[in-house]
Design a protein around this ligand. Sequence first.
Ligand code: SF4
Length: 349
Amino acid sequence: MLTVPEEAVAPLLGWYGANKRSLPWRDNPTPYRVWISEIMLQQTRVEAVKPYYRRFMAELPDVESLAAVDDDRLMKLWEGLGYYSRARNLKKAARLVVDEYGGVFPHSRGELLKLPGVGDYTAGAVASIAMNLPEPAVDGNVLRVVSRLTGSREDIAKPQTKQAFSDALRKIYPPGRCGDFTQALMELGATVCLPNGEPMCLVCPWRGLCVACREGSTDEIPVKAAKKARSIEEKTVFLLRCGEKAAFRRRPRAGLLAGMWELPNVEGVLPAAQASAQAAQWGAEPLCAVPAGKAVHVFTHKEWHMQGFRIECGREAEAFAWMTRSEFEAALALPSAFRGFLDFLWRGR
Ligand code: SF4
């Protein structure tokens, strides 16, 4: 059974007090503010999240405003962060907090876990940082620093390892400093105990305690099993223009990027003549198809390899919503998978 030494707590808290970064979500860490920041920070760097967070908080400062926001406006605020299902879950969870809990976040990890989109990590972060409960939030950073501190060679990709780390940490959470302890673990992983064999042990508060540092095994720990290769899907993306307007459509309500706006596209890479034929089939009266660049977009489990065609059209086919650039920019959020084509789309008249 994994044990995290209790002597690790005090030096870490001391180091955190002296070295923590000033981050917008660290001021006034209410459950709402911590929750939004943690969801935004999943898969996105701190520096990139800051402007999104400020803009989101300026427009939706509390759970009531999020519960009532228009869906397209929410997607616009989220545009560029990716993983749009997270934004949809935020709104669903906000509604639940307003309707079922009278606008006050439930005060336990178990209840927080019932909110859509809230998993173990987020529940732990909100419970410890905003509510000062002894609930660990174990992400990749925390798995790395605790693996190195304890010399653990358990595979950190396994859920059992995460559970064992969480159980071990819960036993040493310092009463009254739970939020600081969670943030200190995250901060150490983000700024000192860096991945890929480059930890800065000389400035680490755990340098006298850490097994990996003492054994010289920081390039072997943490242990992580290789991931399965992503599948590849080829697509042809259509940049249909009719005068000043361009064609957009909504994706299906279920599945990848559910309900998001997109550029029209079909499976497979078509030659120009077939791309024109496809546009004709949609009723857009195509004039000619010009290659408009290639793009690759990487999702968690798959990659899209896309070929674009720009096609001037004689008719606004009914299958699509046709918008000018300013109408599009004011109202629609386009997933980043398609944004590499926007230059081509709006080029020219
Ligand atoms: S001493 Fe080095 S390896 Fe150990 S926790 Fe600190 S930075 Fe990481």
